[in-house]
Design a protein around this ligand. Structure first.
Ligand code: ARG
Ligand code: ZN
Length: 413
């Protein structure tokens, strides 16, 4: 009886997600070496959850950084920063309040393009949209996650011989919820536009789009059940309680060097070997076996409003730098034409920071020329906790950039 009660209470506790009452997100702009060192030393004393850049190790003088500090240290952290003379702002005053407000309502319908959907609902949606559009959408499973969940891929396009393809993935990092929402939106737009919108119809007649709605399925589930702020995969690491690998540090592109660490407790842990994760391995295998049809690789992240292209692991310029730069510029202009949303763009290493092991760089070096990372809305007001009320606009504007790139691929690849 007591054992039963104990088990029930353990189950109840572990089913309760973490809360973030009183946690704050700060934006700081370290001006000097001392400022950077101060932030590093604070991060050494208490866990700071870096939102931008992805890790304290990536801090640079003169570059803004956003991080979450827990409620019980937020006040002291703020005092230390203020005392140092470092410019700072409180971006989010109470992270839990932002989380409570991100959902339009607590009524979760089965599936909605205007809401964040739980993984089970996304799974059901992949089956349904394929069943309802047999001439346009096919579902396949490209792998299985560490915890045993299927990783589904939708192939979107009209059947035809020798078609080139564009690969789009979402949900690399678990807490970037706007990204799976975009992949779902893209497929909806494709099926709704086919036959009525000449531009999209042309794209679907002449290209295939491989859309992977959630790569890091275990992490995504974990953000719904346990920790909204989870980033990495959920694989167990040897000799440490720390869980997970950063899937975007896990590819063979300068693997294990700049902007990544071999420490499993870090948010930018690169894993034991390239593609050590079953999720990244599934992605890598699929792209390798569908070369050379895949001409473009688009990986969707958030947040910062940036369009990045190789390289991120090195400052060397890509061979196709000029073409990629011009293409990024055009895509960003198309995006901003709708609601005026401003994006910055350029090679990752220069535009955000050097970081190795990314899928974009790997895809490029593997022969996929048109390789881009999107960092969707916003620029930090809500960060990862972007309210559902911004899903529609974010997806609509992003569609314009993706279609711009797709047209270029169609005409040039
Ligand atoms: N915020 C993304 C990340 O750190 C940016 C990725 C840019 N590309 C790269 N290869 N690091 O994962
Ligand atoms: Zn990301």
């Amino acid at each position: 009886m007591w054992i039963l009660l104990l088990l029930v209470s353990i189950a109840a506790v572990s089913a309760e997600p973490l809360t973030f009452y009183g946690d704050k997100v700060f934006r700081v702009v370290p001006q000097t070496y001392e400022h950077v060192e101060l932030l590093k030393s604070i991060a050494g004393l208490t866990k700071l959850d870096f939102w931008v850049p992805d890790s304290v190790t990536l801090l640079e003088e003169g570059k803004a950084a956003d991080f979450r500090a827990a409620y019980d240290v937020a006040y002291d952290v703020q005092a230390l920063i203020a005392q140092s003379g470092m410019p700072f702002e409180v971006m989010i005053d109470d992270v839990q309040k932002a989380i409570d407000n991100q959902l339009n309502s607590n009524v979760r319908s089965v599936h909605s393009y205007e809401q964040y959907n739980e993984l089970e609902n996304i799974y059901a949606w992949t089956a349904n949209i394929a069943a309802q559009n047999p001439n346009l959408v096919t579902r396949s499973q490209i792998g299985t996650s560490f915890e045993g969940r299927p990783i589904y891929l939708l192939k979107v396009g009209k059947a035809g011989a020798n078609k080139n393809a564009i690969f789009i993935d979402c949900g690399f990092h678990a807490r970037e919820w706007i990204t799976p929402a975009f992949c779902q939106w893209f497929v909806k737009e494709a099926v709704n536009s086919y036959g009525s919108d000449p531009e999209f119809t042309n794209l679907l007649n002449n290209l295939d789009f491989y859309v992977l709605p959630v790569l890091n399925v275990d992490g995504y589930v974990y953000t719904w059940t346990n920790d909204r702020m989870w980033r990495k995969t959920r694989s167990l690491n040897k000799n440490t309680p720390c869980v997970g690998t950063d899937p975007n540090r896990n590819f063979a592109a300068g693997w294990g060097t700049n902007g990544a660490t071999s420490s499993p407790c870090s948010e930018v842990y690169c894993g034991t070997i390239p593609e050590s994760e079953s999720e990244t391995r599934a992605l890598g295998d699929f792209i390798r076996s569908n070369l050379p049809a895949i001409k473009s690789y688009l990986t969707i992240h958030s947040y910062s409003q940036m369009l990045l292209f190789p390289y991120s692991y090195t400052h060397k310029l890509a061979n196709d730098y000029d073409e990629l730069f011009t293409l990024a510029e055009g895509a960003v202009n198309a995006l901003s034409s709708l609601y005026g949303t401003q994006y910055t763009y350029g090679p990752g290493g220069k535009t955000i920071y050097l970081s190795s092991g990314g899928s974009d760089d790997w895809a490029y070096d593997t022969g996929v020329k048109y390789s881009f990372t999107f960092e969707l809305r916003d620029t930090g007001k809500y960060g990862f906790i972007l309210p559902e009320s911004e899903i529609v606009e974010t997806c609509e504007e992003t569609m314009l950039a993706v279609k711009y790139i797709a047209n270029h691929v169609l005409n040039n690849a």
